[in-house]
Design a protein around this ligand. Structure first.
Ligand SMILES: Cc1ncc(COP(=O)(O)O)c(C=O)c1O
Length: 427
């Protein structure tokens, strides 16, 4: 597909009525965002499943307008910032499972999980995710965001006088759940176990406690001190909740994540993950005890009051989880390219945050320069890396976040480094 047009019969309403109360404040907020270089740009891409990581780039959403809906092909680019870390979105087994499920069941679930929307595909996936972590049960959601918001929202509300101890860099979806739960919250400095220990010690011994953290932090690529936090959770009789969104599929012999790699799965009460990144599909999940899963299923609005994930997505995700539980090949190729990219950056003296994970952040430190760097990569070198600005990362740490995949090759790594060298110098 190279040309998209809106249907002829579309009728276009007038421009938003700026006389409505408060309308000018939207313009003001957007102007201010643009002035700070923090206005979000959305690239229009059509990824090519046959030649990853290639895609057709059609410009920015901001440049489109419903009154002149023609979007023409701009150019072919190489994507260097996808969270489809292992390319599972185009894996033949995953695609075949989804096509078969669509042929059998149609495309939509047809209801909420509670009202006719639970299919055999959903349940098979949940059983497989419970097995992956050797837990009693699992529940899937329409996104990892919803899994976090739902589970932390319910646990913080139902556990009596619960205090949630939340790492300072936890994801927005965890913060949303924690806030909505109404539980008292203590923020511990990022990855600082001594600070966490001190906060736990100060809390009343008989109150319910829940520690919430991530394994791989998505923007810095560092890894949480899981072993030490497990010890603290045991010592203070606290629940431990770990977001493994950027680790599932990628770490551990069966793709269970960092908790599997470190042999800690049975010490963690709730493991949360996504089906939309390394698993390449869409949706989120938790794996935990039957009681926790039942409580979340029973009390979380994100589980009850929304149409269930498409059965085809569940079938595709199951194929992906199964593949990555039985094969290390994808993880091996991925790691090889991650290491090779880091090596080449070091050889050329290009600075990046060299953490233990697969995420390679190149800090630019200014929003406007970050946007210009990304523009130059795209315009001059056909390389697409989305600039990452506040509030995704703190101000002053704006960055290009590079994510190698198994499909980047030696030449594409060299091309990226050539381009980065040129662009960073020109800044
Ligand atoms: C740490 C973390 N948790 C949760 C999510 C949400 O996952 P999903 O994209 O499946 O909604 C993200 C998304 O980027 C994330 O980075």
């Amino acid at each position: 597909m190279s040309l998209h047009t809106a249907p002829d019969e579309c009728s276009y309403p007038n421009a938003p009525n700026t006389l409505k109360n408060g309308a000018s404040s939207l313009d003001t907020a957007l102007r201010e965002l643009k002035r700070r270089g923090e206005h979000r740009q959305f690239a229009i891409l059509e990824r090519d499943a046959n030649t990853p990581p290639s895609a057709a780039f059609y410009g920015l959403v901001e440049a489109t307008h419903a009154k002149s809906p023609q979007i023409t092909l701009s150019k072919d680019v190489k994507i260097w910032c996808s969270n489809d870390y292992l390319g599972m979105s185009r894996n033949p087994k995953v695609k075949a499972a989804m096509i078969a499920a669509i042929e059998e069941s149609g495309v939509g679930a047809g209801g909420t999980r509670n009202i006719s929307g639970t299919s055999i595909h959903h349940v098979a996936l949940e059983l497989s995710l419970a097995k992956l972590y050797q837990k009693e049960a699992a529940a899937i959601f329409t996104s990892g965001y919803n899994a976090n918001a739902a589970t932390l929202g319910v646990l913080g509300r139902l556990l009596p006088n619960c205090i949630i101890f939340s790492d300072a860099l936890n994801h927005a979806s965890m913060i949303a759940g924690i806030k909505r739960s109404g539980a008292q919250t203590k923020i511990w400095r990022h990855n600082d176990v001594e600070h966490l220990a001190q906060l736990l010690k100060e809390a009343p011994p008989d109150t319910a406690k829940l520690i919430a953290m991530e394994s791989v932090y998505s923007m810095d690529g560092d890894i949480g001190p899981l072993e030490k936090v497990c010890d603290l959770a045991d010592a203070h009789n606290a629940y431990l909740y770990v977001d493994e969104v950027h680790a599932v599929g990628l770490y551990g012999d069966h793709g269970g994540g960092i908790t599997e790699q470190l042999g800690l799965t049975d010490r963690i009460d709730v493991i949360e993950g996504t089906l939309g990144k390394a698993y390449g599909v869409m949706g989120g999940y938790i794996s935990a005890s039957r009681t926790i899963v039942d409580a979340v299923r029973s009390f979380a609005p994100e589980y009850i009051f929304t149409t269930a994930l498409s059965p085809a997505l569940a079938a595709g995700a199951l194929a992906s989880v199964t593949q990555l539980a039985n094969s290390n090949e994808e993880r091996h190729l991925h790691r090889k390219n991650v290491n090779r990219l880091k090596e080449e950056l070091i050889i050329r003296g290009l600075a990046f945050m060299d953490g233990p994970s697969h995420i390679v952040p190149v800090i630019i430190g200014d929003p406007n320069r970050c946007v210009v760097a990304a523009q130059k990569l795209l315009e001059d070198f056909n390389i697409y890396v989305q600039p990452i600005v506040y509030p995704t990362v703190p101000r002053g740490t704006e960055r290009l976040r590079l994510t190698p995949s198994p499909f980047h090759n030696e030449q594409s790594i060299l091309d990226l480094c050539d381009a980065l060298e040129h662009v960073l110098k020109s800044l």
